[in-house]
Design a protein around this ligand. Structure first.
Ligand SMILES: *Cc1c(COP(=O)(O)O)cnc(C)c1O
Length: 417
């Protein structure tokens, strides 16, 4: 039972009618359910109750301060991939000892900022990065906690753009080379070698690739022990999928059971980096129908939200459920839902049977809480959407809709024009 449900013919977010939010805040708008965020966090956290663990929410999925604050209040940390994300997390009150830093391209100033903030560890993704972090930590007179992100060469069987653990991927250090790099890291004066990390991809709908990965990494951990390298943390990354349409991913409890069984005897503190699983189904995006147009061969529902607001359909061909905010439409149509952007790739739904939307109707795009607003842009000089959080019968704007003045902030006409 989730928290975006109809009462009669009206779609609600918890106890708030979605149409009331749209009337007050305008469209397009992202709406997040606090109760759903909390439920998803507790499900993941509870799945590992039997073993020492920390949930380091992968904040690139949705980095709104209100979302972060919700998870921090429940005891979570974060997985960051940039200095900008660290800044957001610090502003939202993260415990730096629960921050892990992933990403293939960490810059000097970002490494420095993370060291000064006292994060738990860097998930190191290349051999050169080890030297870089050692150098910067030395300059600051501190020690950097590190894990090597091991690329296990396991196929997560998901979309190629979000597959990260195959040999051909840019991520991590190949498993065959990892032992040698661990030995090198252990010899560096300013590194504290405390962990091992992996992240094989996103939107996984099976447990087996996770289990295969753990088994491969366990062999490496055994090799490390033989070499006198004793770790504290085993970071299993994120990637557990959600239901957008008819996918049936394992529940956090099943995932927890399988991982716990595989890792229990290691005696390591587990870290998890779930993103999508915590936030995906905790958010919707709502747009308004501007025009309903019958083309020669197709029907188009033209809305005030576009690929700049929700990029996933254009980027990955992803499916988002489409629902009427008020179910008073007569009949259904087969149509594309498209935005105002001047690109044929600007669609939110394709060849979909849907209510016969008319001008002025509000349309909810479901499962938009992950990689939704976070991936939005200003393409076509479109101000980015507002974000709202609902808790029970209350709602507040947690990010104002951008204004046209925001679009040109920082721009200058040069003196020679
Ligand atoms: C994106 C990412 C995650 C989160 O992936 P989800 O599929 O959203 O759970 C976790 N760890 C790393 C390193 C990532 O890049």
């Amino acid at each position: 039972m989730h928290h975006f449900q109809y009462k009669g013919d009206e779609l609600y977010a918890e106890e708030v009618a979605v149409k009331d939010i749209a009337a007050q805040v305008g469209t397009p708008v992202y709406i997040y359910s606090h109760a759903t965020l909390e439920r998803h966090y507790r499900a993941m956290d509870g799945a590992f109750a039997a073993v020492p663990h920390t949930i380091c929410y992968s904040m690139k999925a949705n980095s709104n301060l209100a979302v972060l604050k919700t998870f921090f209040g429940l005891g979570g940390g974060v997985d960051i991939v940039s200095g900008g994300e660290l800044h957001r997390a610090m502003v939202a009150g993260v415990d730096p000892a629960k921050v892990v830093y992933s990403g293939v391209g960490k810059k000097d100033d970002e490494i420095e900022y993370a060291l000064k903030s006292g994060i738990l560890m860097f998930n190191v993704e290349s051999e050169e990065e080890l030297d870089r972090i050692d150098l910067i930590a030395g300059r600051l007179g501190t020690k950097a906690g590190i894990a090597i992100r091991v690329n296990p060469d396991v196929d997560p069987e998901t979309h190629p753009y979000i597959t990260t653990g195959l040999k051909k991927a840019k991520f991590g250090i190949n498993i065959e080379r990892s032992l040698e790099q661990y030995k090198r890291a252990a010899g560096m004066a300013n590194l504290d070698v405390i962990g091992i990390d992996c992240h094989i991809g996103s939107q996984l709908t099976k447990v087996s690739p996770f289990v295969d990965t753990v088994r491969k990494l366990k062999r490496l951990i055994a090799g490390l022990r033989e070499s006198g390298i004793h770790l504290k943390y085993f970071d299993l990354g994120g990637g557990l999928g959600i239901t957008y349409s008819d996918e049936a991913p394992p529940l956090p409890a099943e995932y927890g059971e399988a991982i716990t069984a595989e890792t229990r005897d290691l005696g390591l503190h587990l870290l998890f980096e779930p993103g999508r699983n915590l936030v995906g189904n905790a958010g919707i995006m709502v747009g308004r129908c501007l025009y309903a147009k019958q083309g020669e061969e197709k029907n188009f529902v033209i809305v005030d939200a576009a690929m700049n607001d929700l990029a996933r359909p254009s980027l990955y061909g992803s499916y988002h459920g489409v629902q009427a905010v008020c179910r008073d439409q007569q009949g259904t149509i087969v149509a594309d839902i498209v935005g105002p952007i001047c690109e044929s790739g600007d669609f939110l739904a394709k060849d979909r049977e849907m209510p016969a939307f008319r001008q002025g109707d509000l349309i909810a795009f479901m499962s938009a809480g992950a990689y939704g607003f976070a991936m939005s842009s200003n393409y076509n000089s479109r101000p980015r959407a507002a974000e709202v959080m609902v808790k029970g019968a209350a709602f507040e704007v947690v990010r104002e809709r951008e204004k046209v003045e925001d679009l040109i902030r920082g721009e200058r006409i040069p003196s020679f024009l």
